[in-house]
Design a protein around this ligand. Sequence first.
Ligand SMILES: [Ca+2]
Ligand SMILES: [Ca+2]
Length: 337
Amino acid sequence: MKIRLNGFLPKTRAAAWMRVWEFGSAETQVCPCFSCSHTPARAHFHAWVASAVGLAAGILLASARVSQGSALTIDVSGTNRSAWSENGGWLNGKPTHESVHVFYNGSNSFLSGYAWAENIGWVKVGSGNGPYLNTASNNWGVNMDAQWRLSGYGWAENAGWVRFAATHGRVTIDPLKGGFDGYAWAENLGWIHFTNAAPAYLFQAAIGFATNQVPQWWLWDYGFTNNFDAAAQGDWDRDGAATWEEYVAGTDPTNEASVLSLYIPSPDVQPDAGILIEWPSRSDRRYSLSRSSRLLDVPPFQVVATNLAGSGGTYRFADTNATGPQWYWYRVGVRFP
Ligand SMILES: [Ca+2]
Ligand SMILES: [Ca+2]
């Protein structure tokens, strides 16, 4: 089979369409224009984003994009705020008039504020002027890296230094659920444990989410610092995908070239039967592919493949059943594993 491309590289995005004509054993023609008058009738490729959170409202609100200044403040949960030290007792991350704060700023994130331990009193995790060097008695505090791993020192007024990246321990934070996990080491108390199943306790940062469950910190990574709902709903790089869709797809909402798209490879690599299509993939996403030969069918699309693990590069799929002399519509869906 030969495939003839109509003069330019076919490419679709979330809001763009492209037509593919399969001549069976003869040849496949690709026509990416909207108003094509070629016969037979049209068929389209359509890249789309599927998510458990539903479809975007599709409305553009006032701009939420401002320059990134300080850090995004994430407080400890008012409900799940307890850690346990066998010698210090319960440690409360959000006592009356105080709180442990996570100041999120990507790889320059840090903690600040106070917790209260019933047996040893105040435990300070930083002054708020981070990230901390932790090289002298006046520049200590707890830092957090881009993988949400804590390091550095806190100070307990009655128990001395508390190390958050101890030799045999470490404290991490779940970026989606906010739970602290692991152990810190207090020089005069021993281990402080942040989460446990039985007895159940959890020390948790209250992660903020914009509409469609987009973490505020993810938006912050791309320079959105307020009006997070508007940021998630808008399409600020005008690539046809709303920012929340780009979060699901794992693409850059500030880069027009970064978007879930469908491609037709060159004719040289097309299979003898069927159609070979490609899309950019991430190893931390799962993809599905659907096809339609008649958009008037109910439902119009039939699943060709599902739960495809992304390769981290270009994903290639040969639809060997698309052999009839007709147009085909395709769409690719993406979700979290
Ligand atoms: Ca976009
Ligand atoms: Ca983009």
